[in-house]
Design a protein around this ligand. Sequence first.
Ligand SMILES: [Zn+2]
Length: 313
Amino acid sequence: MGVPSVRAEAGRRRPEVPPGGVLPRRRIAAVAAALAALLAGSAAAAPPDPLLAPRLDARAAVRERPGMWIGASVARGERAVVVGSPRRLVAEIAALADRAGRTVTRVWGGYGGAVVLVPRTEEQAAVLAAPAKVDGLAAVATGGRVIVQPAAFARLSATGRMVVVTHELTHVATAGPPTVPMWLMEGFADYVGYLDSGLPVRTIAAELAADVAADGTTDGTTDGTADGAAGTAALNALPGPADFAARPAQAYEEAWLACRYIAARFGERRLVALYRATLREGIGPALREVLGLTADGLTREWRSYAHERLARP
Ligand SMILES: [Zn+2]
């Protein structure tokens, strides 16, 4: 039994649902004012306040739906502001976000901080995340915010929670134009997420290992493409959106192994350089420039690395 699945989509737009709520307007205003005070900076704070941007965004999030945050508490971390309930979970997530933030900074090189929203119910999480989907996910990153789905998050082990928070903060840190293919976006978030987990490959990629073992006839010569035709066989092609929809566990694991392969062969700095170059100019030129590989070449090398690592006891 490994870490429960850590699955999240990175949505790109802010939710546009107007603030709702059935509470009296005066009470809502009072809640918003109380949380706004908690989220305000000290007047004496020095100008380079690393929490300024997340604090302002947390305040905006509370004002968008004040009725959702009655009785909520606020925890400030080094680079993250966490709003929600219950108080103990909010404090725990702030501590996780500090550790995750240090990992993200070590690998990626710093980011502008994040807001983590911890609503009480799955329905509220869905409203906050829209148009991104939270079904079956423990958390989702969208528009610089991380939305926790409380029921799914509660089911995670301590390691699973660490992986999820690190994965989501990686999405926040690396957000940019939609030039990054899904295998690189999700694979990199899982690469950073699992980095300090201490878990073996066959635990993290348990579903994929099972498929590969069952599909012993895969000969590694399939002519895969990197742009997302949904292959039914394990390790057929670098996974695209159709794979993430049809066989999510295996697709995340394939994506993670692709990034792990790149880091193992070229070094972690080149993996980061590949991501940054892909943000600028797309995956094709970035692969050639940073790794000297074509998509087909990477696919072949990833497939053989993954077969070898998944076969090890
Ligand atoms: Zn993700």
